[in-house]
Design a protein around this ligand. Sequence first.
Ligand SMILES: *Cc1c(COP(=O)(O)O)cnc(C)c1O
Length: 366
Amino acid sequence: MSSVLSQAHPWLDGLVAYDPGKPIEETARELGLDPADIIKLASNENPLGPSPKAIAAMKEAAEGVHIYPDGGGYKLRTAIAEKFGLDRGQVVISNGSNEIIELIGHGFLNPGDEVVAAEHAFVVYKLMATLFGAETIEVPDPDFVHDLDAMAAAITPRTRMVFVANPNNPTGTMVDGAAIDRFMARVPDHVVVIFDEAYHEFVPDAPDTLKYLREGRNVVVMRTFSKIQGLAGLRIGFGLTTLEIASVLQKCRQPFNTNSIAQAGAVAGLLDEEHQQRTRELNDEGRAYLERSFAEMGLEYVPSHANFVLVKVGDGDAVFQAMLRRGVIIRAMRGYKLPEWVRISVGTMPQNERCVATLKEVLAAS
Ligand SMILES: *Cc1c(COP(=O)(O)O)cnc(C)c1O
């Protein structure tokens, strides 16, 4: 057998490529619909779009794209460091916060190492661990909440890292500061704890995990511009960590991993508190509406702290397909071993109302 496949890393056999939310344009082409008639509530995007300030900054930056970006991301890293009261050296910017997960893998994972995550945690942790030949220890999460005591107990001498998604996607659940304190007291020094806080800004009094950084613990706090900032298409996020860990991650990235338009949009968005506030208010109203509607329909759902709701509909794939045919894109959850569930992102109120009406129609027909 001379196929080049036999030379690929053997652990890649078990790897299934990430299945993202279905794009609007693709759905329109397949169904022969007008893209304007399709709504996408599948990837937890901001239904208000980006901050107007970010749009203005991106337009201006577009004029200068014949010049390579500032690979060191001076302005953005400085703005982030100031916002969080950290040293610029502790800020690593990335091509979406997903890239931080990959950089940590490059820096720290070898075949045979172990990564600890909750059973229904964001699936990219496992994909990245598999990419580097590491094994993911999936710890049961009763009622879809990370069991941090069990996760601490799952740490072995081979554990390199533990992922804590807070709030978690796709469950929308959270752990509180007291549970995290108890957990951190048990984590040994050879383990890096990664707090993935992609939805942090949606939570009014989220636990302060930056304090572990100030204590010099081996943690990485991940944040993104893709969710509340409405900049998912730009691919930009960041990690906050110790100077030591940051120095490793900086070596692992491409010289120009974030582009100049993204850096400019992110700086402007970071400072636009008003847009974030408007987004939070819209999200609170929409999420309450979705949860109330699911309850009225007799559907089990997981109370959410984020901008999406996980809801049990029976045959998740069939409901996804039937909604899609009616121009409403949601997310089936088979990839998370939750074939009876779908995840619905909070949209504008008209979008939420159309989504609920369509879901009623689909469930009545099945
Ligand atoms: C959306 C999301 C991210 C962010 O992805 P980006 O690469 O920054 O777009 C990270 N973690 C979780 C849990 C998410 O849901």
